[in-house]
Design a protein around this ligand. Structure first.
Ligand code: TXD
Length: 317
């Protein structure tokens, strides 16, 4: 197994993991090593994806594996291992189930890919990213989570749909924890440079903000089993591309805060530039008073979650 460097390792060959691998390959971003604990699953999906390559017209390679040794040398490791949310299940319900998995995965990343940048996707996102940071012991710039790119993409789509605009031309930012208290930042959302607040009436914009917060749950309720994976995979791919191509692109990222917005010691959704070093710089953006209030409320919830996680991991020893 010899993937061309720099390559991406994807841990978890489920819906998000396999679709992320597909996006990375078909956009020509890098070769992929796809890992899962289920025997045959990553190998089968890898073979299927390779057989699509003559049709998709790329020459990227993907290797499926059940052995952690095979992630050795990965530039980026994407962690999607875990259980998806079921209908009626909150992200927080997943905490104890997924914490065990993330701990095990993080120890293996530390062991086999000690120089990698780690993108955590597993929910509850802010807490699992924090846990991966603590468990790997990597510098904070190299451990971060994906949520904001997805939440912002959802908001961008809803705005575009409302205005009949081209989705790519809509800019939006969503900050805060990846949960019910996330903060869609309408004051920083634009269509071709025009503020959305000038384009969409207030009451409708409030509905779009709420639909953004409920974006994951809306899809879970429709699918009945499992959660969203196409847009999440596109979001991860965007981040992987920014890192491997050293784009220094400014994206919403779940990053470790050190005083930004007056917050410290939590993993939380903020805008940051992503490049070869991982999270290279966190940018604090101006918020209106309501948004700032919402952000602090969301931070409080994440902080409580971290406390709960620490208690749980302490007693689990
Ligand atoms: O915005 C976001 N961050 C998210 C998060 C958007 C979408 C999905 N989000 C979360 O990602 C979701 O709530 C889950 O926690 C993860 C993965 O979602 P997915 O839909 O891909 O779940 P699947 O299809 O059940 O896949 C999970 C895979 C499955 O193949 C398991 O066999 C594997 O994880 N798994 C493991 N792999 C490696 N190591 C261990 N220990 C392990 N345990 C399970």
């Amino acid at each position: 197994m010899t993937p061309r460097k720099p390559f991406t390792a994807v841990i978890g060959a489920g819906q998000v993991g396999a679709t992320t691998a597909q996006r990375i390959l078909e956009k020509g971003v890098s070769d992929v090593v796809l890992f899962d604990v289920v025997e045959g699953l990553p190998q089968g999906k890898a073979l299927d994806l390779m057989q699509a390559s003559p049709l998709e017209g790329h020459d990227r390679k993907i290797f499926g594996t059940n052995r952690y040794q095979d992630i050795e040398g990965a530039g980026v490791v994407v962690v999607t291992a875990g259980l998806p949310r079921k209908p009626g299940m909150s992200r927080e319900d997943l905490l104890s189930l997924n914490a065990k998995i993330i701990k095990e995965v993080s120890l293996n990343i530390k062991n086999y890919a000690p120089e990698s940048k780690v993108i955590v996707v597993t929910n509850p996102l802010d807490l699992m990213t924090y846990l991966a940071f603590k468990t790997t012991g990597f510098p904070k710039a190299r451990v971060f989570g994906m949520a904001g790119v997805l939440d912002a993409a959802r908001m961008r789509f809803f705005i575009a749909e409302r205005l009949g605009a081209v989705p790519r031309e809509v800019e939006a930012v969503v900050l805060g924890g990846h949960g019910d208290l996330m903060v869609p930042v309408s004051s920083r959302s634009f269509v071709k440079g025009k503020p959305v607040r000038d384009l969409i009436p207030h009451d409708e914009l409030v509905k779009i903000e709420q639909r953004t917060r409920d974006g994951g749950a809306e899809i879970v309720a429709l699918l009945k089993t499992g959660s969203a994976f196409y847009a999440p995979a596109s979001s991860v791919c965007e981040m992987v591309k920014a890192i491997l191509n050293n784009e220094k692109k400014i994206l919403p990222v779940c990053a470790c805060l050190d005083g930004e917005y007056g917050l410290r010691g939590i993993y939380f959704g903020v805008t940051a530039s992503l490049g070869a070093g991982g999270v290279e710089k966190i940018m604090e953006i101006p918020l209106d008073p309501e948004e700032k209030k919402g952000l602090l409320l969301s931070a409080e919830k994440v902080r409580k979650g971290i406390e709960e996680l620490e208690r749980m991991m302490g007693t689990a020893k």
